[in-house]
Design a protein around this ligand. Structure first.
Ligand code: ZN
Ligand code: ZN
Length: 563
């Protein structure tokens, strides 16, 4: 930059250099795009150019989207260019602008730029099409992305990657993997980036067998196991319930960056292995690897799951020595930690000091705390906040109603039910999945669309009878509908996790572990029933819910009924 500044002032002061435009364009490109450049300097140079050409605009659009914490700045440069009107966008302008929109998830702006690709005649350029595809995939507009993908005649590796990771991001693992197989058929060789997407799709879906297959594929095809890919494998094995395998892979890594350490810390945390998580954290410190915000989510979550209050508070205060500003998620972990320990007042005071307004997850955690301790007035106040933020989430009404029930305020219980009915709230459908023979089967409550629905139903009936025989009384209070007792019981029996477990019992034999992934928290009745099933059918069942893993063997769960 020092030399560039000298050249710049030389150009400005020397009348021989005229026109200066060409040289300024070059200076701009260096300042905006080079890792040794200076985007602020670029901004100043750009503001002094009276008629910036397309190259200068491109430098600014690209450069301002490469910075840390990018904003919509690149889009304002793009708009300026169109408004001034003397320079038309070329294929690079459109691709850079689309990429900038993808980074900040600017869906509306990106759609407009997509329409401009037709206006300026770049709609059939594979380069621009790939950028359009990448934009829609990153913004989770997967069906549009698929359309664009289908229209690209010569699909390059980037297009395949972008599409696979688009599916992976929203957890459509079957689609991501079938695309991956298709890619091999047309002989496009996958690279590390593709494999990271495929592996993270498996992690998200908890598809262990597929994950193992992909791992074998990587080995067989000699794909370079770089730090990022190894970390993705560690993360996949941890999230699929194989914490030992994750540990082996982690130990074998020749070098580990922050991401790798964090994946392992978080892995231990969601498995409820707090001691291992904290031990690993101190090893990480000794290895002089700087923890990041993910690492801290791991240690705080580990402390929360094991009720380690003072340790959690220490980690919390050590965050700022590492220069990490607590995010919403960190506050969420801390509130969870305090509420689980019954320290509702402390949790509430922490929420009051937050520099941003709490999200619904934090209010809900507080409400759960109030419900468990039977704190009515504060609970009501919190519920009010929560329902203002999320008036259409049935879970919130269920919690409030349970709070009233725990304080025997029955008139209020029926009031909440009425209110819920009036506002037309529908429950977020619970969805559970299980992988059998390399395919992920998904179930929602009362689902009869599965080709083997009849057999599953018979299995459920069998389970229901046996569980009842074992002396279990269904906890119908977790169902908030105006149903008769019998109907409530039936509703519980058809919860998505039970459908998935029934399918697992039907399709696999011991010692195969039944692994189920659920999008919500496991409900209390299903948790109890799963414990009984593990004993009656002599099966190991691992349920990963929104919060953590439950490893259920011989009638007891690794969470010790604390989740
Ligand atoms: Zn249930
Ligand atoms: Zn459990």
């Amino acid at each position: 930059m020092k030399i560039v500044r000298q050249i710049h002032s030389h150009i400005l002061t020397n009348p021989l250099y005229s026109p200066k435009h060409y040289a300024l364009t070059k200076i701009l490109a260096f300042c905006a795009l080079s890792p040794f450049g200076d985007i602020d300097y670029a901004r100043r140079v750009f503001s002094k150019i009276s008629y910036p050409n397309v190259f200068s605009y491109n430098s600014m659009i690209r450069g301002s989207s490469l910075i840390e914490n990018p904003s919509k700045e690149p889009i304002t440069y793009y708009r300026k260019m169109l408004r001034k009107g003397y320079a038309n966008p070329n294929s690079f302008t459109l691709a850079f602008a689309l990429k900038a929109c993808a980074v900040v998830s600017a869906l509306g702006e990106g759609r407009q730029i997509h329409s401009h690709t037709f206006r300026y005649g770049f709609d059939s350029s594979p380069f621009v099409q790939t950028a359009v595809l990448n934009f829609y995939a990153k913004c989770e507009e997967i069906s549009v992305a698929q359309q664009v993908f289908d229209e690209i005649p010569e699909k390059n590796l980037i297009a395949w990657s972008a599409m696979i990771s688009g599916y992976a991001r929203i957890g459509m693992v079957n689609e991501a993997l079938s695309l991956f197989r298709e890619m091999q058929k047309v002989d496009v060789r996958p690279d590390e980036v593709t494999m990271v997407s495929v592996i993270s799709a498996c992690a998200k879906a908890g598809a262990l067998d597929l994950g193992r297959w992909v791992h074998a594929f990587i080995d067989k095809n000699g794909i370079n196991l770089d730090v990022e890919l190894s970390s993705a494998l560690v993360d996949m094995y941890a999230k699929c319930g194989c914490i030992e395998k994750a540990k082996t892979l982690f130990d074998e890594m020749p070098e580990r960056d922050t991401k790798a350490w964090s994946a392992m810390v978080v892995g231990y945390a969601v498995h409820g292995l707090a001691e291992d998580a904290l031990e690993l954290f101190s090893r990480m410190e000794k290895a002089k690897v700087r923890p990041n915000h993910v690492t801290f989510i791991g240690v705080l979550c580990a402390c929360a799951h094991s009720g380690l209050v003072s340790e959690g508070q220490q980690f919390w205060s050590s965050m700022h020595t590492f220069g990490i500003e607590p995010s919403m998620e960190h506050y969420g972990c801390m509130v969870d930690l305090l509420c689980r320990a019954g320290l509702i007042e402390e949790a509430y005071s922490l929420v009051e000091t937050m520099p941003f307004s709490p999200n619904s997850i934090i209010w809900r955690t507080l409400l759960v705390g109030c419900k468990n301790k039977g704190i009515l007035d504060k609970g009501e106040f919190i519920a009010e906040r929560l329902l203002k933020l999320e008036p259409l989430n049935a879970e919130n009404y269920v919690l409030l109603s349970n709070l009233y029930a725990s304080c025997s305020r029955w008139e209020k219980v029926s009031y909440v039910r009425k209110k819920m009915k009036e506002s037309g709230v529908k429950a977020v459908p619970g969805c559970s999945s299980i992988e059998v023979d390399g395919f992920v089967h998904e179930f929602v409550m009362g689902d009869e669309s599965h080709p083997e629905a009849k057999e599953i139903k018979e299995m459920l009936r069998d389970i229901c009878e046996k569980v009842r025989h074992a002396g279990h009384e269904p906890w119908t209070s977790v169902v908030l509908h105006d149903l008769g007792e019998e109907e409530k019981e039936n509703t519980l029996c058809e919860h998505s996790e039970r459908l998935a477990i029934a399918f697992g019992l039907l399709k696999t034999k011991a010692p195969v572990v039944i692994r189920v992934v659920k999008n919500l928290r496991v409900c209390a009745d299903c948790h109890e029933v799963t414990k009984i099933i593990s004993e009656l059918y002599n099966r190991e069942i691992i349920v990963r819910d929104r919060v953590r893993f439950h490893r259920i063997v011989n009638g007891s769960c690794s969470c010790k009924d604390y989740w």
